[in-house]
Design a protein. Structure first.
Length: 441
């Protein structure tokens, strides 16, 4: 009975909960914060959930509240959360020469969304190589800039470069500066490498692996949808952000043309669930906030470090709508028909995401006196594990922080996975009922 209950869809949320409990305990230690005594449970819990769920929302100032030890713990939690707890466990098993085993393979498959169980072993190996390679490359690119322009010594520059490289590739959005990355808004040598890391990390590990080893003409439909959908959304985000903020004196209006271009690129990339603030979103236009809400909700690629409902889900639903408007009996993408089960899955993910965000926003409206627009922005950012903020997170009461904690957890683990993990049993109906239509619209 116990073994049947410990299915992969239950083990994954449980593993995240264990990581959150461990991280909260570590950040609650006096050595983790700069003040005297413990940091307190709620700041430690909020920061841990944000790090493990690679979100980036903070209720305290990461640069001043946490000690170097605490910041190191946060970095470790980001790496564990981004890589996937069960995936990391599978890699460790491979390193010490043990067989992966059926149970561990199934768990890793759930976390990485691998299509076939036979692909899990090779996928996990490639995943480890990709993560470390990308993070080391971005660190090497950032290091000279931090050393020559911002930091007085090499160890500090290496720490800043490495921390932000890991945070960017894992789409976490944590930064070691009190204003996040606002001070680097016009610096292309810092912002563009971070943007590149965000995009690559947000594609999803299966897509990255296929890009590396497979010619473009032989890409799967999933890879093509993810890559081309990502490029289209990036273009929309960059252009839309530039139009909305170009003359806004509270954000990028006072920058030169080059600085505005860099800021626009960052503003279009970071809503893909990266979460680095290069501007004060509290001063952004309503048009920019609306665009950012949409981009955050869609998110990045599946089986990667990005959140949101995912690009593939959004594209599939768009094609379903288009096919229905045209009266087509089947839904096809890239010369392949999409099974009805996949269409139902996409619809379920999207509607559960909307329900979670609306419930979270409503709860915070009840718990606070803040306006609807910033609370909605914060809710979408939390659920989509983005981390962008209009600056209201530190102002939220304990109840508001707990709402965001729940949204971050659900958004990272996945609404469908959480629902399956909470279900005590699955019931399969062995009969069909007579059909009858209801009026739609």
């Amino acid at each position: 009975m116990q073994s049947s209950w410990l299915t992969p869809v239950r083990v994954v949320p449980m593993a995240f909960l264990v990581a959150i409990a461990t991280g909260t305990s570590l950040l609650s230690l006096p050595v983790s914060s700069t003040g005297e005594g413990s940091s307190g449970v709620l700041p430690a819990l909020f920061t841990t959930v944000s790090a493990v769920c690679v979100t980036g929302l903070t209720s305290v100032d990461t640069a001043t509240f946490w000690s170097p030890t605490g910041q190191g713990i946060i970095l470790a939690l980001i790496q564990v959360g981004g890589f996937g707890i069960m995936t990391l466990a599978s890699v460790l098993l491979l390193v010490i020469g043990r067989n992966l085993g059926l149970r561990n393979g199934l768990i890793a498959q759930t976390e990485t969304h691998a299509v076939d169980l036979g692909d899990v072993r090779s996928l996990v190996r490639r995943l480890a190589v990709i993560v470390l390679t990308c993070e080391l490359v971005i660190t090497a690119v950032l290091l000279p800039r931090f050393r020559l322009a911002y930091d007085d010594d090499l160890p500090t520059a290496l720490w800043h470069a490495g921390f932000h490289a890991v945070s960017a590739f894992n789409n976490a959005g944590f930064a070691l500066y009190s204003d996040n990355l606002v001070g680097f808004v016009a610096d292309p040598w810092v912002m563009l490498p971070l943007c590149a890391a965000v995009v690559v990390g947000g594609l999803g590990f299966p897509v990255i692996g296929e890009i590396v080893r497979t010619p473009r003409k032989r890409w799967s439909v999933h890879s093509r949808v993810t890559v081309y959908g990502t490029l289209a959304l990036l273009a929309i985000g960059i252009v839309g952000f530039a139009v909305a903020e170009w003359s806004n004196p509270e954000t990028i209006g006072g920058l030169g043309v080059g600085g505005k271009v860099v800021a626009a690129v960052t503003g279009g990339v970071m809503p893909r669930t990266a979460g680095f603030n290069s501007i004060d979103y509290g001063g952004a236009t309503s048009e920019s906030l609306m665009l950012t809400n949409v981009l955050m909700f869609i998110g990045g690629g599946s089986a990667g470090t990005a959140g949101g409902i995912k690009v593939g889900t959004f594209i599939l639903l768009a094609v379903v709508i288009w096919s229905e408007l045209r009266g087509e009996q089947t839904v096809s993408i890239g010369g392949r028909d999409m099974p009805s089960s996949v269409q139902r899955q996409a619809l379920t993910v999207a509607l559960l995401a909307v329900a979670a965000i609306m419930a979270g926003t409503m709860a915070m409206l009840i718990a606070t006196d803040l306006d609807f627009e910033p609370l909605l922005f914060e809710s979408i950012s939390a659920f989509s594990t983005v981390g962008l903020s209009t600056g209201i997170t530190p102002e939220l009461p304990a109840a508001g922080e707990l709402v965001l904690i729940c949204l971050m957890f659900i958004g990272r683990v996945g609404v469908v996975t959480v629902g399956a993990a909470l279900a005590l049993s699955h019931r399969r109906r062995r009969y069909t009922l007579p059909e009858e239509r209801i009026i739609v619209g």
